[in-house]
Design a protein around this ligand. Sequence first.
Ligand code: SAH
Length: 385
Amino acid sequence: MRKFELIAPCHFGLEAVLKKEIIDLGYDVLQVEDGRITFFGDEEAVSRANVFLRSAERILIKVGSFHAETFEELFQGTKGLAWEEYIPRDGKFWVAKAASVKSKLFSPSDIQSIMKKAMVERLKESYHAGWFEENGASFPVRVFLMKDEVTVGLDTTGESLHKRGYRKLTAKAPIAENLAASLIMLTPWRGDRILVDPFCGSGTFPIEAALMAANMAPGMNRSFTAENWPEVVARRNWYDAVDEAGDMVDLDVVTDIQGYDIDDKMVSIARENARLAGVEKLIHFQRRPLSQLSHPKKYGFLITNPPYGERLEEKAALPALYKEIGERFAGLDSWSMYLITAYENAERDIGRKADKNRKIYNGMMKTYFYQYLGPRPPKRQKQED
Ligand code: SAH
């Protein structure tokens, strides 16, 4: 079986979560950088990583890396890579994305067109061809330049992995599914514990939590670009990964996962998304304003993404809203609270400093993940005691 170096980009600040997921899936991590992890894997790893990883953004096969400070060096470096080992004679290939940080070459469109030319030259020599029809499978290339070091990858995923396929309808400011999953994985919440999202919007947190509780792989119900690369990843790997995922699903788990929102429309959207994800039985959605948040049981978790005031008139309402969050949380006995927000005065208005805080980039937006840790529930007495 072919061995690859695989690169998985993720949200900045959540590398540790993805690293753990990759190790748990059975692969050796080679390098952890800002916003991406490199690991070793075979063909099977390509399909399993795409199907199983909850926090990754996509999975790239690393084609190679080289140093380039000029366009000539970029051209020669790209031409020096073994493209023919991946791209067949009829493949459609292009540089879908170029990103550059602290490097002499920085214009994405120039990087893209020069690399495409270099790939064409390479493949002309390999296939003894004068031109390519490019009417076969797609081979999108992604390249990052960091301090003039060029890393080149082939994108096996296609549409970003955060698109699980269940969120047909969204809220105003939905949180990315892989970000929501990563944040839940940062908490000690497990499927047998209570989870409430009082600002559930389109339902992302409750749905991601339910997928975890039911052991459902996030990529079970979608397709990936590399499914059409049988010379690189043999077809059976995709069937095997989905079979493996199917065998693990347990929809009979007992859960206590709730999503509330003040907006009726959001509640119906969240329900529909949960149905599409196949976990509607595991979540209870309800229209309920924050002011009516309460729960009779102890040791639950609030995990949520409250409004942070994208619009001016909303900003004015934030101090009172966050004060109310603090009050409702104080009324919950022995609960923990985790909230991600870009609102700078969250802790002040909540009225309590978070026990832990983590800076996370949501795209270009700097946000904070405030963590208020409650006590652990007492261990259940063992039978033999
Ligand atoms: N994480 C969600 C988006 C949350 S946006 C997702 O992925 O879709 C914030 C949500 O809070 C909105 O849906 C809004 O209707 C709701 N909201 C605003 N004020 C509220 C209040 N006082 N009580 C309950 N929900 C409220």
